[in-house]
Design a protein around this ligand. Structure first.
Ligand SMILES: C[S@@+](CC[C@H](N)C(=O)[O-])C[C@H]1O[C@@H](n2cnc3c(N)ncnc32)[C@H](O)[C@@H]1O
Length: 199
C-alpha cells in the first residue's frame, strides 16, 4: 500500500512539478499558530511544505513528514535549520509522545493516524485538520471514498478531550484542479484536571 503511495506521489510530483509551487497556508493554520504556547510543530503529509514553511517562518521547529522523496528533495532546497524533513510512511509512523504544540494534517486523511496523534500533542496543544469531504457536487467523482470525510465527521472525531476552537465547511481553493467540498477543524487538547486530595 505505502509503496504504491510513494510511486503514485513521486510520479505525480515528477510529471507535474507545479504541484510543488508555493501556496498559502490554510486559514486555520494562519490563525491559530499564534495561540500556541510553544513552538514544536508536526506537519503530516507535508507535500509542497506550505505549512512547514509558514510555521518555520513563524519561529516553529517543524517535523515535516512525507512519503515522497521528490517532494522532500524540493523542500530541502530552501528550508531553514529549524525544519526536520522526514521521509516516512504515515501508515505506520509513530509520532513523539507529548511533544507538539501544533499538529497539522491538510489535504490528507488517515483516521488511525489522527488517533495516534492524540498523545503526541501536549496539553493545550492545537490540532488542525482540513481535507475533502463527500458531496454530490464534487467534481472529482472517482475519489476513493476512504479518503473523503463524512458529514460532521471531524466534529464527531473530537467529541471528547478536546475543546473545539473553530469549524468550517467550504469549497476548496480556486487553484485546485477539481472543485471539492472540504471540512476544517481546529481543536485544543484539554488540560488534565489537577485533583488534590486532603490527606
Ligand atoms: C495532496 S498532498 C497534501 C500536501 C499538503 N499537506 C498540503 O495541504 O498542501 C498529499 C501528500 O500526502 C503524501 N502521502 C500520501 N500517502 C502517504 C503515506 N502513506 N505516508 C506519508 N505521506 C503520504 C503525498 O506524498 C503527498 O505529498
Amino acid at each position: 500500500m505505502a509503496e504504491k503511495d510513494r510511486e503514485k506521489w513521486d510520479k505525480k510530483y515528477h510529471d507535474k512539478p507545479e504541484l510543488l509551487d508555493s501556496r498559502p497556508p490554510s486559514k486555520f493554520v494562519a490563525k491559530y499558530h499564534q495561540e500556541c504556547e510553544g513552538k514544536q510543530a508536526l506537519d503530516l503529509a507535508c507535500g509542497s511544505g506550505r505549512h512547514t514553511m509558514f510555521l518555520s517562518e513563524n519561529g516553529f521547529l517543524v517535523d515535516a513528514i512525507d512519503i515522497s522523496s521528490v517532494a522532500l528533495e524540493k523542500l530541502a532546497t530552501n528550508m531553514k535549520d529549524s525544519v526536520n524533513l522526514i521521509e516516512a510512511d504515515l501508515d505506520t509512523f509513530e509520532p513523539k509522545q507529548n511533544h507538539y504544540d501544533m499538529i497539522v494534517m491538510t489535504n490528507f486523511l488517515d483516521r488511525d493516524l489522527i488517533a495516534r496523534c492524540y498523545d503526541a500533542l501536549k496539553d493545550g496543544g492545537i490540532f488542525i485538520i482540513e481535507t475533502y469531504m463527500e458531496d454530490d457536487d464534487n467534481e472529482k467523482k472517482d475519489s476513493n471514498p476512504d479518503f473523503l470525510l463524512k458529514e460532521d465527521e471531524l466534529i464527531l472525531t473530537f467529541y471528547n478531550g478536546f475543546k473545539r476552537l473553530d469549524y468550517e465547511e467550504f469549497w476548496n481553493e480556486d487553484y485546485e484542479k477539481y472543485r471539492m467540498r472540504k471540512q476544517a477543524i481546529a481543536v485544543q487538547k484539554g488540560r488534565q484536571m489537577q485533583i488534590k486530595y486532603n490527606q
